[in-house]
Write a protein that binds this ligand. Structure first.
Ligand code: SAM
Length: 287
């Protein structure tokens, strides 16, 4: 079995298959040999588990997942990688390759059809141009998965895993906290990839919650309030909430005060519980 972390092996595969890296598809492949085994272990790959991977590259993470889990389904958009993958993954009978944009795959159907009776985890080195849409999709669709363990840009990791009430948090942070318990597992330097990107990375794990940590009268409205609040994150809440939600400013101020908040509160200062009670009060105010 060829060492897919070895630059010589990667270059020879590129030459033999006429493959060239696509910047626009976020093709920076892992070459640090310690990262993929660690990701696979911490990502929950083990007997009895099925793993969904997004973005195969040359299969360096795929093989570490396949060594540990019962089955791996890897979704890859770039057809020019498939001749390479047919060679690098040839020794494994528990890997299925799906040629598609992950955003077009019916993941509920995929899990039903490919992983019946198995615990399912997602583990991937994500293409960075589409990190947030992929993470949000994995969470919002309420897939029956235990965890989502992904390599993302370091700054994205900090934002996704920021505690509510901190300066780094945003609407995406609130959604991550609502659906999961996030943690940064370890940092990965830019030199761990080929070609090296101009940013550092981190591996994060989102352990999916069985039930949300807060109760709200209307979940869609709760997220609308969160998005409205963070739409002008440095401003005090009455203006952005009033403008985005179409509720009179004084009614927004009344709702803030009745939640024990002040009229000068900003989105980045609120906890998830405070957002939930504010959303319920604003729902009443909207009538
Ligand atoms: N897993 C490999 C590794 O760790 O070396 C490759 C990771 S590379 C950062 C991202 C991979 O995702 C590339 O193989 C790229 O072609 C693929 N990709 C990019 N956009 C995608 C999409 N929308 N759906 C599925 N795969 C995608």
């Amino acid at each position: 079995m060829e060492n897919l972390s070895n630059i010589g092996v990667i270059k020879s595969l590129c030459e033999r298959h006429g493959f060239s890296f696509s910047k626009s598809l976020g093709q920076n492949f892992l070459i640090n040999p310690s990262v993929c085994p660690r990701m696979a272990e911490l990502g929950g790959a083990k007997p009895g588990v099925g793993v969904i991977e997004i973005g195969a590259g040359f299969g360096v993470l795929t093989v570490e997942l396949a060594k540990r889990a019962d089955k791996v389904v890897v979704i890859e958009i770039d057809d020019s990688l498939f001749p390479v993958l047919n060679e690098t993954l040839a020794g494994y009978d528990n890997i299925k390759l799906v040629h598609s944009d992950v955003m077009d795959v019916d993941l509920h159907a995929l899990i039903r059809e490919e992983f019946a009776g198995m615990e399912v985890c997602v583990c991937a080195n994500l293409p960075y141009y589409v990190t947030s849409p992929i993470v949000m999709r994995l969470l919002e669709e309420r897939l029956p998965v235990e965890s989502v363990t992904v390599m993302v840009q370091k700054e994205a990791a900090q934002r996704l895993c920021a505690p509510m009430g901190s300066r780094q948090c945003g609407a995406v942070t609130a959604a991550v906290q609502y659906y999961s318990e996030p943690e940064v597992l370890f940092q990965v330097s830019r030199g761990s990839f080929f070609p090296a990107p101009n940013v550092d990375s981190a591996v994060i794990r989102l352990s999916i919650r069985k039930t949300p940590p807060v109760e709200t009268a209307d979940e869609a409205w709760f997220f609308k309030v969160v998005h409205a609040a963070f739409s002008q994150r440095r401003k005090t809440l009455p203006n952005p909430l009033s403008a985005s939600l179409g509720i009179k400013k004084q009614l927004v101020i009344d709702a803030l005060l009745s939640c024990g908040l002040t009229a000068t509160a900003r989105a980045e200062e609120l906890s998830l519980h405070e957002f939930a009670s504010l959303a319920d009060k604003l729902l009443e105010a909207r009538g």
